[in-house]
Write a protein that binds this ligand. Structure first.
Ligand code: GLP
Length: 248
């Protein structure tokens, strides 16, 4: 595991975009695992800039997203499909037919999970998985649990997660109660993991995930077993790691 400290959010975003861009340059038909949330927004902005400058070509890339709220249509402005269109897809040349997310409106949830697993398998697997992290250590929507769920599954969102995401909705009641998420097994199968964290609200989760015991109670802690993890975080997010481990 490599930890890079970013000077600020802009620096974090630039470093992350440079790594993703290197992946696409080295392997133009890379499969990128993408994430939503506020953390990667700056990274997507940087990728759009690199694309506009002509430094990056996504025409052979495939993308698979981590998760999607159940019950929201792709046109709902809080759906993750909408987020991806708005922040990345509509600005770059990723082929529409090769950008995948779970379908929030799928009538049969179990069938949708199976379909999404097959989609990911068919891509040949994720080369680079971008991750944020929840304040409770969740990755994608893999919430703290009794066990690690391997494949795409439907989760009941914790109150904590719904409260954290309520800032994007007009009321807490509007935040969906369930979501589809890629499983921990699929995330761990990615060849490279790039996890971003900023702000002191992520400090505990980051410390517990990378320096605490490996437990499904802290879903990101499983990443300690992955052989190629890059963490980019700002100082506030790294403060507990610094305190416990000294300077990095
Ligand atoms: C959300 C997403 C995660 C994201 C996390 C942190 O609920 N499902 O993929 O990493 O919570 O979000 P943020 O970056 O807004 O702090």
């Amino acid at each position: 595991m490599k930890i890079y400290e970013a000077k600020d959010y802009q620096d974090l975003s630039r470093k992350a975009a440079n790594i993703i861009s290197a992946q696409v340059i080295l392997k133009p038909n890379a499969v990128l695992g993408l994430a939503t949330g506020s953390t990667p927004i700056g990274t997507y902005k940087q990728l759009v800039e690199l694309y506009e400058k002509g430094d990056l070509d996504f025409s052979s890339v495939t993308t698979v997203n981590l998760d999607e709220y159940q019950g929201l249509s792709s046109g709902h402005d809080q759906s993750y499909r909408y987020f991806m269109e708005d922040n990345l897809f509509k600005h770059v040349n990723i082929p529409g037919e090769r950008s995948f997310l779970p379908d929030g409106l799928a009538a049969d949830g179990a069938a949708e999970c199976r379909r999404y697993n097959t989609v990911i398998e068919t891509t040949g697997g994720v080369d680079l998985q971008l991750l944020g992290i929840g304040g409770n250590g969740h990755i994608g929507f893999n919430e703290p649990d009794e066990d690690f769920k391997k494949e795409t599954h439907l989760v009941t969102l914790t109150k904590e997660t719904r409260l954290a995401n309520a800032r994007f909705f007009s009321s807490l009641e509007e935040v969906p109660t369930h979501a589809f998420t890629m499983g921990i097994g699929t995330i761990m199968a990615a060849r490279k993991i790039l996890l971003l964290a900023n702000g002191e609200g992520k400090a505990q989760a980051l410390y517990d995930s990378f320096f605490g015991p490996i437990t499904p109670r802290v879903p990101a802690s499983i990443l300690q077993l992955h052989s190629d993890v890059i963490i980019i975080a700002d100082k506030p997010a790294l403060q507990l790691i610094h305190q416990h481990k000294g300077a990095l």
